[in-house]
Design a protein around this ligand. Structure first.
Ligand SMILES: [Zn+2]
Length: 264
């Protein structure tokens, strides 16, 4: 079984509708034998990949698609927090993603504390987007794992998923986060051509293998589709010199447990 815990709808370009985007995504899942996916909406009201309300409405009747909550604490107010609480309660979101680097906020920003408390209340993860992959200048200033580690230390029961492993500095990210059992990783973007070129395939394989050996429950399969290719990410996990059982944990079991997915 494969669960992709990090996907986005294909971009709305040239008059494409959200419904068409979803069809395209479902076709990709089928083609790559991905059984379930978690869709991450944007945290801006108007977006090429859909906002939270749009994505929630779109997948209402799809039992193989889950949704991640998103928030922009520089813009969203109290009412958005109440909305996320309700969505958690009714199991319509499986975690919350924040975007330091896209947004000019640090994970240690005190305005984020209510978001962390909400995740802890439902024992569902916070996903953080780090890495140099943004076009804005110097996003790593905000999303360096050194800030994430401070949050992990302050809230030991908060489960934090680092997406993209802070490429190209995967080794740095591994070393820094190693002491924190509440830090998890998804593999999204790690098989992307640009990421492989800048980080080195051997380096990516080495760090993923070390992470899995050190903490087998803390690595989840994610792709960053439609920005990245699903097939290449499956091939990356298959290429790791680890036991089949560990690959199965990465591909599905860890996500199922962490995001408390109700699989039909
Ligand atoms: Zn993403």
């Amino acid at each position: 079984m494969i669960i992709d815990c990090h996907q986005h709808l294909p971009r709305l370009i040239e008059g494409k509708t959200l419904a068409r985007s979803k069809e395209e995504l479902l076709g990709e899942l089928k083609k790559n034998k991905v059984d379930y996916a978690i869709l991450i909406p944007d945290n801006t009201p108007v977006s090429e990949i859909g906002n939270l309300d749009e994505v929630l409405g779109l997948v209402e009747h799809d039992t193989n698609l889950f949704v991640m909550g998103t928030i922009n604490i520089q813009r969203d107010k109290e009412s958005h927090m109440r909305k996320l609480d309700h969505l958690f309660q009714t199991r319509r979101i499986v975690g919350v993603k924040i975007f330091p680097g896209h947004d000019t906020i640090y994970p240690t920003d005190k305005r984020l504390v209510p978001v962390y408390e909400l995740c802890m209340k439902y024992d569902l993860p916070l996903v953080v987007h780090p890495g140099a992959g943004s076009k804005k200048p110097n996003p790593t200033k905000y999303n360096d794992p050194k800030h994430i580690v401070k949050v992990a230390k302050r809230f030991p029961t908060l489960k934090i998923v680092i997406a993209h492993y802070f490429w190209p500095k995967v080794e740095y990210c591994y070393e820094l986060t190693k002491p924190h059992a509440n830090i998890y990783f998804d593999t999204s973007a790690l098989a992307d051509d640009e990421v492989v070129e800048e980080t080195g395939l051997d380096n990516i394989r080495k760090i993923l293998t070390l992470t899995v050996e050190h903490r087998p429950k803390n690595v989840m399969f994610g792709t960053d589709y439609s920005m990245c290719d699903i097939k290449k990410h499956i091939a990356l996990i298959e290429s790791l010199a680890i036991k089949r059982e560990m690959k199965e944990m990465i591909f599905s079991r860890n996500s199922k447990r962490l995001f408390k997915l109700h699989l039909l």
